[in-house]
Ligand binder design. Structure first.
Ligand code: ZN
Length: 489
């Protein structure tokens, strides 16, 4: 299969990984005291000031622990453990040499003799990228004294991968990616954060670095976000860290990247809230992130996949309940459907706004698209790479009611168009058995590729009728186990 080809050289995250959280403060003068003065805010924002870019963390390591590593609460550790059915999570790394500002596990606090990166970029020869790279590199190096890093290089190649030891930096102040949506921040930008003592912001990323630690081992990738999510929410919630750390172990974005200006199609049918890697990380102000889409859960080896070679009745189970997923082949070897169960409970209780309980969710996968675009983070993008035309989504969700309707001449429903409806309120994406027979039936011939506009399949191999279709009848009400009846032809 094509998806196994892509796995060559890819290491599935199937063993829990230690995580180091670094709370970073910026003290360019090295005086070790906070120079913020509401009467003289320019001390921190005037480029000529020796305190330019000074910014201190508001929180302490102890404020992080339960949010990231708590057991039995809605921590990031529990989030990963539930999503993967106990196959993968981030646990607190042992701090071998703690100091008075640091915990014994998981979280250290460092202060750099540098301005915040959003200030440093305005100084000397720095720009946005080189300032971030310099600061991230130096923050990681400042952690050397806390941990014997060499032991996290089991194969002795000198590289500590995010599977061996994951690192996330919480930069003092606000996160730009989450704060820009906060109305109370009033359209702030990187150098105009919502409180005078915390003007400078970073934008959440997962990015490469090359920090050489004692023993000659190198840390090569870190996640980097702001310590604060927004004025309204306060300290960063788990959604953005979970998203960035998932990148560290190989996940790709599932929103419309590299599309800008007039070319943005706001109704492009990305996985949206149905993936942590799309907009699902922001649900419940980031406290209730949705799980990763099933395509990437399979890629990571987290799901239990059955291939429906024959038509018939199969049982699929909810993500945290064994995550039994059905993969349904089609006459085109590149294209298949995925059938999963998502329920509005636990971490996913904020998945949709309506009263619906959840149920079966259908997806259409096109590996010919993914083989070209997945590793470039554009497999669901609406961009026109190279100035050409848009391509179909390689990982397309087919919700029951989210697409715009196309009507017959007599005003009755005919099929769906390629884009999401303008107004999703009151629309239920799930399939399940109910008093209304329509809620139980998925019919692929109602859905088309967003670019190809071809129904059921993006491409029909020679000799296959364009009337070919898949129907899935859901035989159960929303629940942890749901039976589906598959018919193709
Ligand atoms: Zn991302």
């Amino acid at each position: 299969m094509h998806d196994t080809e892509k796995k060559e050289g890819f290491r599935q995250p199937l063993t829990p990984a230690p995580l180091l959280i670094v709370l970073a403060s910026f003290d360019p003068s090295g005086e070790g005291v906070n120079h913020y003065d509401p009467e003289h805010p320019e001390l921190l924002t005037d480029k000529e000031s020796k305190y330019y870019g000074e910014q201190w963390a508001i929180s302490k390591p102890a404020d992080c622990y339960e949010r990231f590593f708590g057991e039995g609460n809605e921590s990031m550790l529990e989030y990963y453990r539930q999503m993967t059915n106990g196959k993968f999570w981030f646990y607190p790394v042992k701090i071998d040499h703690p100091d008075e500002n640091t915990l014994e596990n998981g979280v250290v606090s460092v202060t750099l003799p540098l301005p915040h990166p959003a200030a440093l970029r305005n100084l000397g020869d720095y720009d946005n990228g080189s300032a971030a790279a310099k600061v991230i590199h130096d923050i990681v190096c400042a952690c050397d004294k806390f941990i014997d890093f060499k032991k996290y290089d089991p194969d002795g190649d000198g590289i500590i991968t995010p599977h061996d030891l994951a690192v996330i930096i919480l930069n003092a102040g606000y996160d730009h990616a989450t704060c820009e949506h906060d109305r109370e921040c009033g359209g702030v930008d990187y150098e105009d954060g919502p409180d005078g003592a915390h003007r400078f912001q970073v934008h959440g990323t997962s990015q490469p670095t090359d920090a050489e630690m004692s023993g000659g081992v190198h840390i090569v990738r870190v996640s980097n976000i702001g310590e604060y999510r927004s004025v309204k929410t306060g300290l960063t919630t788990i959604g953005t860290p979970a998203h960035e750390l998932c990148h560290n172990v190989g996940a790709q974005d599932m929103y419309s990247r590299y599309t800008s200006g007039y070319d943005v199609e706001p109704r492009w049918p990305t996985p949206a809230m149905f993936s942590l890697m799309s907009s699902g990380n922001h649900l419940g102000e980031g406290a209730l992130p949705s799980f990763v889409d099933p395509y990437q859960r399979i890629y990571f080896g987290w799901s239990d996949v059955t291939e429906a070679k024959e038509d018939g009745v199969y049982t699929v189970t909810e993500v945290t309940h064994g995550d039994k997923i059905l993969k349904i082949p089609t006459p085109n070897p590149d294209e298949y459907f995925i059938c999963e169960v998502r329920l509005k409970k636990g971490f996913e209780r904020a998945l949709t706004k309506g009263e619906e309980k959840g149920g079966v969710v259908m997806w259409h996968i096109d590996e010919s698209v993914n083989n070209e675009w997945f590793l470039k983070a554009q497999c669901v993008s609406s961009n026109r790479a190279g100035g050409g035309r848009r391509h179909d989504l390689g990982n397309a969700i087919l919700p029951r009611e989210w697409f715009e309707s196309v009507y017959n001449g007599d005003g009755t429903f005919w099929k769906f168009g390629p884009l999401r409806d303008k107004d999703l309120s009151g629309k239920d994406p799930f399939f399940y058995k109910s008093d209304d027979v329509k809620t139980s039936l998925f019919d692929s011939s109602l859905y088309c590729g967003a670019a190809s506009m071809s129904y059921s399949l993006n491409r029909f191999p020679e000799g296959v009728s364009h009337d070919w279709k898949l129907t899935v009848e859901v035989l159960d009400e929303p629940g942890d186990e749901m039976r589906v009846k598959i018919t193709r032809g």
